[in-house]
Every structure is written in C-alpha cells, then in structure tokens.
Design a protein around this ligand. Structure first.
Ligand code: AMP
Length: 299
C-alpha cells in the first residue's frame, strides 16, 4: 500500500519580519510527501528544472520517497516567494515563476497507476485531473487547492470535484467557492459539488471534517512560537494520507485519527523554515504529540 502524491515541487523564498530564507525546498508535493513518508511508502509526481539542488533530491531519498515520477527537465524549477506579516495568518505572494511547470503534463510510471491512495496536492486542477485520468480504480482520492485556482481555473476545479472522494480547502477558500460566510453552510454546498468528505482547514484553530459519520473537529497542536507556517496545510493532508494508507480497516473508521496525525506533522512544519524542522522529526516525536492532543481534547 502506498500513496501517490502529485503537486508542486518548488524552490521557496520566504520572508518573515526579521529574516529571509531564499530558495528553500518547498512546494505542496514536497511538504506532503515528506509528511506522508513518516507512515508508509510515497510516490512523488512532479517536475523540477536543472537548477534544482542535488541535496534536495538526496533529502527526498533519505525519506524513502520514490522518485520515478519526478522529472528533471532543462529550465528553471518552479519558484515561489511569500512574505508574512507579524500576524502569521497574513501572507502575501511576492512572486510565482512557473518555470518547467508551465509545460508540464505528467505521464505516470506504470507502477504508480494502481496506487490505492492518491493525493492531488495543490497544483493547477487541469494537472490534477490529468493525473487522475491515468489511475486505475484508486481506493481513496483527496484533492487540495488554493484561491488562485478558484480565481482562474474554476471550471476545471468543478470538474475535479465530481471525481474525488475528499476535498481539502481552507476556510476563506470555502467561503470564496460557496459565497457562504458560515463554514457549516459552506460545507453542505461543497458536498453537493461531489466530494463525500470535506475538510476545512482553519490554520492554528484546527480543521473540520464532514463525512458520512457527521462532523469531526480536529485540533491543532498548541504552539507558542511559529517560525514559518508555509506548507503546514500540505503537511497536514500529506500526513493524513500517509497514515490512512497504512492503517488497517475502513477509511471512515480511520479518517479522524489520520487527521490528528496530519495536524501533528503540520505543527512540526511550523517550527522551522520550509522543511527544515519536519525533516528532522521522527515517528516517536509524532506519536508523543498525538498522545498530548488526545489528553487535551478528552472530556
Ligand atoms: P501552504 O502554506 O500550505 O499554502 O503551501 C505553500 C506551498 O505552496 C509553498 O511551498 C509553495 O511552493 C506552494 N505554492 C505556492 N503557490 C503555488 C501555486 N500557484 N501552485 C502550486 N503550489 C504553490
């Protein structure tokens, strides 16, 4: 059992009020793949340019991530730059250079086509659909997105929503998609667009799952200091899918616990720039925080 992850594989330049970090390993698929790798096998589908540092390829390898689906093409790696305000919930994009992603249409390696778990991490919905079209009867498909695609690729996104099991988005995106201020009303509308499971992320306030067993309120791990929240959402969904892909039993029976594991991996992600903290964590540290969250939410 494994999880196939497609999304952006990027170089991120991140500014916070008192520091700046250029060209870190980033991208939705990178964060999600490292997060998922704590739990089970991961297949990465993406593209980088010939400027992509070798040490980043080595880092994927150290995490046991299968790279047969990672193409290295002549040209520049996707480069994203963002700046955070003192209130880290506020971020603005300074730059998006698509580079080799501009012309990328992934052809999946044969061995990936029957992966049971598929995570369509944040990337253009047309690319997410292209990957999905090559899969043979996956057991559970989850897609993530961002406001950009709601603005410039809504028809593709709506097409995708009819074909996936789970959809993950943040609260402001849910509001933008449905024109509903109330998150529970928004969730109801999103179900009508297709997905059986809807997960709305609320940053440091955790996330909400809606599915056949009703609602689940997933806590965020309480952090007194956030260094850089970039990729927290991707780590959350990557950790969740990684956990699910190796857990015995039904999706319904495991999804809540999977979200809590995802939430914990996301908390580590926030404690360092880019992937610097997440890549130094081990499974024991993850399990310890999950236990703490269990204690914090039992009543
Ligand atoms: P998050 O903090 O969860 O919103 O994810 C941040 C990650 O998204 C960064 O590592 C970026 O490289 C990546 N990213 C930013 N813009 C895009 C985009 N237009 N398409 C795909 N990935 C992006």
């Amino acid at each position: 059992m494994g999880v196939l992850i497609v999304g952006s594989t990027a170089l991120d330049s991140i500014k916070i009020p008192k520091a700046e970090n250029p060209r870190l390993l980033g991208g939705s698929a990178s964060h999600a793949a490292v997060a998922a790798s704590f739990f089970g096998p991961v297949e990465l589908v993406g593209v980088v340019g010939d400027d992509f540092p070798r040490r980043y390829v080595a880092l994927y390898r150290r995490h046991g991530i299968d790279l047969e689906g990672l193409q290295i093409l002549p040209g520049k790696t996707f480069h994203w730059s963002g700046e955070y305000e003192i209130n880290m919930n506020n971020r603005r994009t300074l730059l998006t250079e698509l580079g080799v992603f501009e012309t990328f249409t992934p052809t999946l390696p044969e061995a990936y086509r029957n992966s049971p778990f598929v995570l369509l991490a944040n990337i253009a919905p047309a690319l997410q659909l292209h990957v999905l079209n090559q899969m043979q009867r996956p057991r559970f498909v989850v897609a993530d997105t961002m406001d950009l695609w709601l603005n410039i690729a809504l028809p593709d996104l709506l097409k995708l929503l009819g074909r996936i099991d789970g959809f993950v988005l943040n609260d402001s995106e849910a509001q933008q998609l449905t024109k509903e201020d109330n998150v529970f009303a928004a969730i109801r509308k999103i179900h009508r667009l297709g997905p059986k499971y809807v997960i709305v992320k609320k940053g440091s306030h955790g996330s909400i799952l809606s599915g056949p067993r009703g609602f689940f309120l997933c806590p965020a791990y309480p952090l007194a200091k956030v260094v850089d929240p970039t990729g927290a959402g991707d780590s959350f969904v990557g950790g969740m899918m990684g956990y699910l892909s190796t857990a015995k039993g039904s999706i319904d029976g495991n999804l809540r616990r999977a979200m809590v594991f995802g939430s914990v991996v996301a908390s580590f992600c926030c404690e360092g720039f880019g992937l610097t903290r997440t890549t130094r964590v081990n499974r024991r540290q993850i399990d310890r925080r999950v236990k703490e969250l269990e204690k914090l939410t039992r009543f």
